[in-house]
Design a protein around this ligand. Structure first.
Ligand code: SF4
Length: 368
């Protein structure tokens, strides 16, 4: 190989679902709980993972998680090692129950770059009500061990991120979670949303909406100020649905999702391991089939990325992104009717370039 050849990075990251199994017993907002027996449980074969790894030279970061708990995959450490050897940054999100001392040591030795930990409540009561089968005390004990081992190893990896899915039943604890992060020396707190809504209870639980909610905004604001004071990085996904979001937060133009059996999809919301996805959006029910453009066990990942149907899917978002570029806004500025604001103009432009049909009823398409 030419020593000076550096492959162009095509993917900002690849989301690799190494398992759809989980060691917990049914978190209240998890689609796995909702689908029950319809959920296809499986672990990714090493042969599938090696096929995917052919794309690692073109990838900056790999996230070894989809719908499942990555730490129950018996080959997870080997998978991390392969990703690191091929020059990717590697991370995953975990419920943290299996972060015992041995596992923490191995993650540190392997130079894992990022570890997201799901902490959907800052008190034992809230956390265990939402995360059925998990133990708050065990989680905090495991985090403490991980941080101690990392610090004594003199490494600054993995970077640990606390992640909370904002819901009616836990949003009030977001500022407390920032306090916890400070206490356990966590670098970042991310507050996501319940954007994959499958059942009526998800709709009642979610805090994202078309209308502003000053109470929720105030809580997020308070958490942000605390994080700022502690020097903790903080990001809360918006609460308000925004029609004019050019590209959804799954970043389908620069990433993709590979399911446990090697199928390629633009995102986890379209790759749920079921035959029919039951989706709720703004109180309405929809049914759709998962969307796959190929399987890495039959074609290369790059070939699938270049398929016509997949390119057409991305092109819809690419056009929306283009509309949002400043020179395009100004090009149309002279066509403004008197009194029409920039937001309205932008909205009209976006209406001309709708996203793919399967995205129209997905909360993430609205920037939350
Ligand atoms: S809008 Fe939703 S369904 Fe469409 S690509 Fe983004 S996350 Fe996936």
């Amino acid at each position: 190989m030419d020593l000076f050849f550096k492959p162009e990075k095509i993917f900002e990251f690849l989301q690799i679902e190494i398992t759809t199994k989980c060691n917990l017993g049914g978190c209240i907002m998890c689609p796995r709980t909702y689908y029950g027996g319809r959920w296809k449980s499986g672990d990714m074969d090493m042969s599938t993972y090696l096929r995917i790894s052919e794309a690692f030279p073109y990838t900056r970061y790999i996230h070894l998680q989809g719908w499942g708990e990555p730490m129950i995959h018996e080959k997870i450490f080997e998978m991390i090692e392969i990703g690191k050897e091929k020059g990717c940054r590697v991370g995953f999100t975990t419920n943290g129950m299996l972060l015992n001392e041995d596992n923490c040591k191995r993650l540190i030795e392997l130079d894992l770059d990022l570890l997201g930990v799901s902490v959907d409540g800052a008190t034992k009561e809230t956390y265990e009500r939402i995360r059925k089968g998990a133990s708050f005390d065990r989680l905090m004990g495991n985090i403490e061990t991980l941080v101690e081992l990392r610090d004594s190893s003199k490494k600054n990896k993995p970077r640990i991120v606390f992640s909370l899915v904002k819901m009616e039943g836990n949003i009030a604890e977001l500022p407390l979670l920032v306090d916890l992060a400070h206490r356990y020396q966590i670098e970042k707190v991310v507050a996501t949303n319940l954007d994959c809504s499958n059942r009526a209870s998800d709709e009642r639980n979610k805090v994202i909406s078309r209308k502003r909610n000053p109470f929720h905004e105030k809580i997020v604001d308070e958490a942000e100020k605390k994080a700022d004071k502690y020097g903790i990085e903080f990001y809360s996904y918006p609460l308000l649905l925004d029609e004019t979001t050019p590209v959804c937060g799954s970043h389908p133009l620069e990433t993709l999702c590979i399911t446990w059996d090697g199928s390629i999809s633009p995102c986890v919301n379209l790759s749920l391991p079921v035959d029919v996805i039951h989706r709720m959006f703004c109180g309405e029910e929809f049914e759709l089939n998962p969307l796959f453009f190929g399987n890495v066990n039959e074609e290369s990942l790059l070939d699938i990325w270049g398929k016509e149907g997949y390119m057409e899917f991305r092109e819809k978002f690419a056009l929306r992104e283009k509309v949002g570029e400043p020179h395009n806004i100004f090009a149309d500025f002279f066509n403004l009717k008197k009194g029409m604001g920039k937001t309205e103009l932008f909205r009209k432009q976006m209406e001309k370039h709708p996203p793919p049909d399967v995205c129209k009823t997905c909360y993430k398409r609205y920037g939350v």
